[in-house]
Design a protein. Sequence first.
Length: 107
Amino acid sequence: MTAVDGATIITKEFDLIGFGGKIKAANSDVKPGTIAVREPFANGVEETISLSAFGGTRHQSAAQFVFDQRDDSVAIVASQDGRISVIYWDKIANMVKAVQHAEYAFV
């Protein structure tokens, strides 16, 4: 799956809506300025970074999608190198947050 470009879009009930989709930003002029990032470890420290420092195209596109959709989306990004990130909107902090290296949460 990580070698396939495009998004797999599913509902909260895990019904498949689309596969290999290209998601267009709702407003490409408005981007998340920063993203709070942490790792899935008990002593993980949250760090705020710029969107451009967040990762490649997959990660930045997923962060933009979550920023645009806010309350209604969670993005799970699988990189070709095996890294998995879970990206979501934090209502309290009013910003995009991400758990990087989420693959370790499944070990």
